[in-house]
Each structure stands twice: as C-alpha cells, then as structure tokens.
Write a protein that binds this ligand. Structure first.
Ligand code: NAP
Ligand code: ZN
Ligand code: ZN
Length: 370
C-alpha cells in the first residue's frame, strides 16, 4: 500500500470547524479548517466526542517545544463513519469508530510490519505534524476528520462513544506496557502512580486482569474513590514518608503517569528486587535518577509510548469484555478553555472531559460524579 501516491493528490477542499490554539497561551478558539477529499483508503468520520488528554495541554502550551500554530489538538476521537473510499474493506457508513494518536505511518518499515506503527520513523501524529501532502495535521477538537483505514478502530457495541473515546489514548497507553512488560498477570502487585486520566484506566485494567493494585497519589482526597469506586486494593499518599516506608519493596511494577517532575528515588524504593517502573508521563523537564536507585536491586526503568493499531483494537475488545471505560465529564466546546485551566490545576480528580460536537450550543454540561 502506498499512501503517498493517493494522498498527495487529494485536495483539501472539505470544510470543517476546529478549536485552535494560536500561541503558547494555549487559549483555544474556533478556526475554519479544511480536510482532504476522500482518498481510496480513507474513512471519513463525523466526530461526536473527543477526549482531553494532558498531552493536549502540554502541546498547546508548547511545553514540548514543538508547537506549530494554529494547532487543533485532540487524539481521542470517537465518531461515526459518514463515507469510505473505494478500497476500504473494514468499515462502512454508520460504523462507530475511533482514532487515536496517529493518522498515518510509512506502512512498510519493520515496526509497521510488526504492528507497531507507533514506533515508525514516519509516524504521522493526529495533530501538529506535517502530513504526507505537506499540510499540518489537525486533531479531534473538530467536527470531522479523514483518516486512512489502517488508523481507524472499531468500537465494540457495548462501549459508549463518550466513555470509550479516552481509551484511544489513555487505554492503549496503559494496556501496551502492561502487556509488553508482563504487568498483566493475576496476583501480581501493580502500582499506579498518579490517578488522572491515564491512571484511573490503569487501575481498571489491573483489576480486570486480577492484579493487586495500589494507587500512589499526591492527592489524599482521591483515596475513597480509588478504593471504593475503582476497586484499588490499597492507596498510598506519596507525600507521606510513613506510608511510603511501609510500602517499600512491595510492587512488581509501577506505571508512572505523573505529568510533573517529582523525585524518583522514593518511588523506585517501592519496587521489589527486579521490579519495573514504566514511564508514560511526559513532564517538561529532564528527571534526575541516581544509578544506585536502579542498580542496587536490579530494577528496570523503561518508557512506553501509546501502542500499535492491532493492540489498540485488541485493547478495545478486551475493555468491552471486562467492562472497562473511562470516567468522564461531558462538556460542550464552549467550556474547553475552562476545562484546560482545570486540567492544569489537576482539578479534575481522575475524570476525563469530552466535548460533544453535535450540539455544542445546547451542551448542558453533565458531570458524572464519582
Ligand atoms: P492527568 O489527568 O493530568 O493526570 C496526571 C496525574 O499526575 C494527576 O492526576 C496527578 O495524580 C499527578 N500529578 C500531576 N501533577 C503532579 C505533581 N506536581 N506532583 C505529583 N503528582 C502530580 O494527565 P493524563 O492525561 O493522565 O496524562 C498523564 C501524563 O502522561 C501526561 O504527561 C501526558 O502527556 C502523558 N501521556 C503519555 C502518553 C504516552 O504514550 N507515553 C500518552 C498519553 C499521555 P495524583 O493527584 O493522583 O497525584
Ligand atoms: Zn493522549
Ligand atoms: Zn513505518
């Protein structure tokens, strides 16, 4: 399959509307955008919901120093197929589908051939990158999108689109390291560091896999929700020296979802010998780690970046089987800047926010209390 040949010839004549940041203030406001006409391998999607990931916030504020403005963020897209290209076999009009963090890749390198498009040197993320036709990709804070079918997944019938959208990033970002680092074994002791959008999904998958799950959080106020509603087995306040000491050498693995720079040594002490900490959080600044914290008891520090398309579909199917969805707060497009401010202040507990594109004006904000 040669995406370049077809997509380069596509004209961007299809009108759509997005919410864009114009500069590092991160303020989002409406922007008229265009999408390409339907290529042979393309799926056209009416966007109904899009999750708000902390990466969107990092990106619009240019915290990763790679912003291209105007930027339309959003990579947890859920919607309905409105049209398909002539080569498309997997989807038809009316299907409930999702798009995550990437919209294309070279489709021919070793990583792509193994199903790890997320590691392709030619990966085209859903927003803020140059597409094959030279345009800058615009993400899911918009009314519609056109995506190569390889990068579209199907929502199982039992997963609602609003609660399912965050799985396209948060779900796969948690599932992939659990699968590939062996942190999905019943009875194993998993630590989830940071109970935000990613973290709360990790707790749900950990419980679904029959693991003992401990939430390690800087927010004592999240304890009740973690234990009673999410079903975590234990809760540790990371700022409590006593609680941290009592939990030393108790975890087989920790998934670190924290979006800020925090001291690593006390957290690595929670791992058993040979334990693993998997970093997924992407704070702005480098982190400081003493080699002794890893070497002394053969500990592993690894990173994990989203996941491939095959694993993303597998994750959605497993999520349906185990009834794993995200806890969300549905908002209208007009609330997005307030939502971002609240996300920056961690005033979201572990809720995700979604925008409902269909009726943004009528959009009474609906909060699902947890
Ligand atoms: P989020 O909802 O804001 O959750 C992050 C959590 O980190 C917060 O809920 C908070 O949990 C903890 N935290 C935040 N600031 C802290 C501080 N100063 N000290 C200690 N703890 C703090 O964000 P998210 O959407 O889950 O994303 C988390 C991170 O993962 C972001 O950096 C994002 O860019 C990154 N990410 C990476 C990938 C990947 O592929 N690797 C994919 C998606 C997102 P507590 O209150 O429980 O401490
Ligand atoms: Zn994300
Ligand atoms: Zn590739």
């Amino acid at each position: 399959m040669a995406p370049m040949a077809t997509e380069q010839s596509q004209q961007h004549t299809r009108k759509a509307v997005g919410l864009a940041a114009r500069d590092a203030s991160g303020h989002l406001s409406p922007l008229a955008i265009t999408r390409r006409s339907t290529g042979d391998d393309d799926v056209v999607i009416k966007i109904l919901y899009c999750g708000i990931c902390h990466s969107d916030l990092h990106s619009i504020k240019n915290e990763w120093k790679n912003a291209r403005y105007p930027m339309v963020p959003g990579h947890e897209i859920a919607g309905e197929v409105t049209e398909v290209g002539k080569n498309v076999t997997k989807f038809k009009t009316g299907d409930r589908v999702g798009v995550g963090c990437m919209v294309n890749s070279c489709q021919s390198c070793e990583s792509c051939n193994k199903g790890f498009e997320n590691h392709c040197p030619g990966i085209i993320p859903t927003y803020n990158l140059v597409d094959l036709d030279g345009t800058i990709t615009y993400g899911g804070y918009s009314s519609m999108v056109v995506v190569h079918e390889r990068f579209v997944v199907r929502f199982p019938n039992t997963i609602p689109l609003d609660k399912g959208a965050p799985l396209l990033c948060a779900g796969i970002t948690m599932y992939s390291p659990m699968k590939y680092h062996g942190l999905n074994v019943p009875g194993m002791h998993l630590g989830v560091l940071g109970l935000g959008g990613l973290g709360h999904v990790a707790v749900k998958f950990g419980k679904a896999f029959g693991m003992k799950v401990t939430v390690i959080s800087s927010s004592p106020g999240k304890m009740q929700e973690a234990l009673e509603r999410l079903g975590a087995n234990a809760f540790i306040v990371s700022k409590s020296a006593d609680e941290m000491k009592a939990a030393m050498s108790s975890k087989d693995g920790i998934i670190n979802t924290v979006s800020a720079n925090i001291p690593m040594a006390p957290l690595l002490r929670l791992l058993k010998p040979n334990g693993k900490m998997i970093l997924v959080g992407l704070p702005e600044k480098p982190m400081e780690i003493s080699p002794f914290a890893l070497v002394a008891a053969n500990k592993t520090l690894a990173g994990s970046c989203i996941g491939g398309m095959r694993d993303t579909q597998e994750m959605l199917d497993l999520a349906a089987k185990h009834d794993v969805t995200a806890d969300i707060e549905v908002i209208g497009a007009e609330y997005v800047n307030t939502a971002m401010e609240r996300l920056a202040k961690a005033d979201v507990r572990y809720l995700f926010r979604h925008r409902h594109w269909q009726h943004p004006r009528q959009g009474r904000r609906r909060r699902r209390e947890v």
